[in-house]
Ligand binder design. Structure first.
Ligand SMILES: O=C(CCC(O)(O)[C@H](Cc1ccccc1)NC(=O)c1ccccc1)N[C@@H](Cc1c[nH]c2ccccc12)C(=O)O
Ligand SMILES: [Zn+2]
Length: 590
C-alpha cells in the first residue's frame, strides 16, 4: 500500500486505473470456470479471488485512512466513493487459510449444484434442459414428484454441511468490517434503516391479491389432478406448478386459462413454428432496446457470450450477465431454450447489459445498480411492454382478432399474474430464511424445518413427499449455494411496475396500464436511460424520484396493473380462499 501522502483525489484516480484490470482478471477466471467446470479452472479462480481480496484489503485500509482523518476535508462525492471502496465484503478476511476455505466452499457448492442430475433407470436429466422441460410440459403427478424429490437429493442434500460452514466463515469475515452478520451486510446495500420493515409492508399489501390467485389456481389444478392429491389444509402441492421451486406458475397457464376459447399469451408454439433460435431471441430483445434509444450489443458480446448449453463440458447453466470491465467486453451466459419464458429471461439478462453500458462512463466505484433491485428490474420493465398483446402482434407472435375483448384480457392478466404475482411470496421468503440463518436464529439442525415453515405459511404450498432433517431444500435453489442475495428480485418485482408506469406516462399512454407498449418511443427510453446513467452515484431514492417522482417503493402501480383480474378472482373465489399456517404432517400421495 502506498503511504497516504497521496491526496484523496489522487488515490481515487489511482484506484480507477488499478481496480478495473483487477476486476477483469477475476471476471476472466470466473468466466473460464463457469463455462467449463474443471478442477484446474476452480483452482485458477480461487487463486484470482485471493489475489483480489488482498488488493481490496489494501484499498480498504487506505480509504479508511482518509475517511477517519478529521484533518482532511473531503467533498461529499469523495466521501461517497471512499465509503464504497472501503466496503469490501467478505474479502476483509485477513486469515488466508479461512479466506481460501471460504472461496473453495463456494466453488464446491456451485459445482455440485451445476453438475447435479436425476437418474431414473438409466436416463439421467440435468436441471437444464431436462428437468426444466419436464416441469414445463409434464402433467404426470408421479413423474413430477420423483423429479422434485430427486433434484433435492442430488443438490440440496449434498451441500447441507458445506452450507453451515459457509455461514460460519462468511459471518466471521463480515464481522471484521463491523457488521453483525452477512444478512446485515446484504441489507446495507439498500442503505435504508427501515428496509426490512418496508419490504414486509409491501408483502402485506400484496398478500390479499396473491391469496385470490392461489385460490383460483388451486381450484383449477384440483380439476386436473383430482382433489385427492391436495392436503385438506388448503396448500397447493409444490410439484404441479410448472416450476422446480414453484416460484413462477406461467408454465401451467394452459391449464389455468379462464376462457378456453380465447387466446393466451404463451407464444412458445408460435416461436417454434416461426423457427426462432437462441440467437434470434437475443436479436429480438436487442431491437426493442434499440428502439428506445439504447445501444446495440457490442461485437465482443456476440463473439464471447455463451447463448446455448455446450454439449461437451460442464457449465453453470443459470443465466447471468457479465461486465468484464475491459473496453466493450459485455457478455451473457445462458443455456437458452426456444420458449416464451426464456424469451423473457433474455430480456432480463440484456437489461443487465444495458445498465452496464448506460453507466460505463461513471467512476468504477459507481458502476453498479442504484440498489441491487434496480439491476434486476431493467430487463423486466422492458419485458412488461414486450408481453403486451399489442407488442406480440407487432412481432407477429399473436393473432387474436380482438385483443381488447374482455375475456382475452382476463386471460392475458392471468398469464402475467402466474409469473409476477405468484413469484412475490417466494421472492420475499428466501432471504427471510437466510437472514434468520445468518443471525443464528435458525441453526443447521432446523434449516429445513424453518424453510418449510416459511414455504407453507407465506407461499401456501406443501411438499409432495415428507421432508426430514437430512434434507436441505433451500440448497436446491441456485442463489443459496450461489451466495447470491434474493430480496433484490422481490424489490425488482415491485419497482419494475413503477418504472413501467413512469415510462408509459412519459410515452403518453392512455390505455389501461397492462396494454401499454412503449416500443419505438424515445421519450420513454430517455426517461429510463437517464436514470440508469446514474449507476450507484446517487442514493437510490434520488434515482427512483428522477424516473417516478417518488422516493419510496410503492406497490400501487402493480395493484393498478392487476386490478381488473382481482375483480374477476374475487367473483370466482367467493369465500373459498386461503390456507392454514402449517402444512400437513404427511402429504397425500399422487
Ligand atoms: O436468477 C435470476 C436471473 C439471473 C440473474 O440475471 O439475476 C443473475 C443471477 C446471478 C447472480 C450472481 C452470480 C450469478 C448469477 N444476475 C446477474 O447476472 C447480475 C448482473 C448484474 C448485476 C447483478 C446480477 N432470476 C431469478 C428471479 C426470477 C424468477 N423469475 C424471473 C423472471 C424474470 C426475471 C427474473 C426472474 C430466478 O431465476 O430465480
Ligand atoms: Zn438478474
Amino acid at each position: 500500500c502506498d503511504s497516504a501522502q497521496e491526496t484523496p483525489a489522487e488515490f481515487l484516480a489511482r484506484f480507477q486505473r488499478e481496480a478495473r484490470p483487477m476486476h477483469n482478471k477475476v471476471a476472466e477466471a470466473n468466466w473460464a470456470l463457469q463455462t467449463n467446470i474443471t478442477v484446474e479452472n476452480e483452482e485458477v479462480f480461487v487463486k484470482a479471488r485471493l489475489e483480489y481480496a488482498k488488493f481490496s484489503q489494501m484499498q480498504e485500509r487506505q480509504a479508511l485512512l482518509y475517511l477517519q482523518n478529521t484533518t482532511i476535508n473531503l467533498t461529499p462525492d469523495e466521501r461517497r466513493q471512499l465509503t464504497k471502496i472501503a466496503d469490501i465484503g467478505t474479502s476483509a478476511q485477513t486469515d488466508v487459510v479461512k479466506l481460501e476455505r471460504f472461496a473453495k466452499i463456494k466453488t464446491n457448492m456451485d459445482s455440485i449444484y451445476s453438475k447435479a442430475e436425476v437418474c431414473v433407470e438409466e436416463n439421467c436429466l440435468q436441471l437444464e434442459p431436462g428437468l426444466t422441460e419436464l416441469f414445463r410440459t409434464s402433467r404426470d403427478c408421479e413423474r413430477l414428484s420423483t423429479a422434485w424429490q430427486g433434484w433435492r437429493d442430488q443438490s440440496g442434500r449434498k451441500i447441507k454441511d458445506l452450507y453451515a460452514e459457509y455461514v460460519q466463515l462468511g459471518n466471521e469475515a463480515i464481522q471484521i468490517l463491523g457488521y453483525k452478520d452477512m444478512g446485515e451486510y446484504w441489507k446495507s446495500a439498500y442503505d435504508t434503516p427501515t428496509f426490512e420493515k418496508d419490504v414486509a409492508k409491501l408483502f402485506e399489501q400484496i398478500l390479499p391479491l396473491y391469496k385470490q390467485l392461489h385460490a383460483y389456481v388451486r381450484r383449477r389444478l384440483k380439476a386436473v389432478y383430482g382433489a385427492h392429491i391436495f392436503p385438506s389444509s388448503g396448500h397447493i402441492p409444490a410439484h404441479i406448478l410448472g416450476n422446480m421451486w414453484s416460484q413462477s406458475w406461467n408454465n401451467v397457464g394452459n391449464l389455468i386459462k379462464p376462457f378456453k376459447s380465447k387466446q393466451s399469451v404463451d407464444v412458445t408454439d408460435e416461436m417454434k413454428a416461426q423457427g426462432y433460435t437462441p440467437k434470434s431471441m437475443f436479436e429480438t430483445a436487442e431491437a426493442f432496446f434499440y428502439s428506445l434509444g439504447f445501444a446495440n450489443m457490442t461485437k465482443t458480446f456476440w463473439k464471447k457470450s455463451m447463448l446455448e448449453k455446450p454439449t461437451d463440458r460442464n457449465v453453470v447453466c443459470h443465466a447471468s450477465a457479465w461486465d468484464m470491465e475491459k473496453e466493450d467486453d459485455f457478455r451473457i451466459k445462458m443455456c437458452t431454450r426456444v420458449n416464451h419464458e426464456d424469451l423473457m429471461t433474455v430480456h432480463h439478462e440484456m437489461g443487465h447489459v444495458q445498465y452496464y453500458m448506460e453507466y460505463k462512463d461513471q467512476p468504477t466505484v459507481y458502476q453498479g445498480g442504484a440498489n441491487p433491485g434496480f439491476h434486476e428490474a431493467v430487463g423486466d420493465t422492458i419485458a412488461l411492454s414486450v408481453q403486451t398483446p399489442e407488442h406480440l402482434k407487432t412481432l407477429d407472435l399473436m393473432h387474436a382478432e380482438n385483443i381488447y375483448d374482455e375475456e382475452t384480457d382476463i386471460n392475458y392478466l392471468m398469464q402475467m399474474a402466474l409469473d409476477k404475482l405468484a413469484f412475490l411470496p417466494f421472492g420475499y421468503l428466501i432471504d427471510q430464511w437466510r437472514w434468520s440463518v445468518f443471525r443464528g436464529t435458525t441453526k443447521p439442525e432446523s434449516y429445513n424445518e424453518a424453510w418449510w415453515d416459511l414455504r407453507c405459511r407465506l407461499q401456501g404450498i406443501s411438499p409432495p413427499v415428507k421432508r426430514g432433517p437430512e434434507d436441505f431444500d433451500p440448497g436446491a435453489k441456485f442463489h443459496v449455494p450461489g451466495d447470491t442475495p434474493y430480496i433484490r428480485y422481490f424489490v425488482s418485482f415491485v419497482i419494475q411496475f413503477q418504472f413501467y408506469k413512469a415510462a408509459c406516462d412519459a410515452a403518453g399512454n392512455t390505455r389501461p396500464l397492462h396494454h401499454c407498449d412503449f416500443y419505438n418511443n424515445p421519450t420513454a427510453g430517455h426517461k429510463l436511460r437517464s436514470m440508469l446513467q446514474l449507476g450507484s452515484s446517487k442514493p437510490w431514492p434520488d434515482a427512483l424520484e428522477q424516473i417516478t417522482g417518488q422516493r419510496q417503493m410503492d406497490a400501487q402501480p402493480l395493484m393498478e396493473y392487476f386490478q381488473p383480474l382481482l375483480q374477476f378472482l374475487e367473483k370466482e373465489n367467493g369465500n373459498d380462499y386461503g390456507w392454514t399456517e402449517n402444512c400437513p404432517e404427511n402429504p397425500p400421495p399422487c
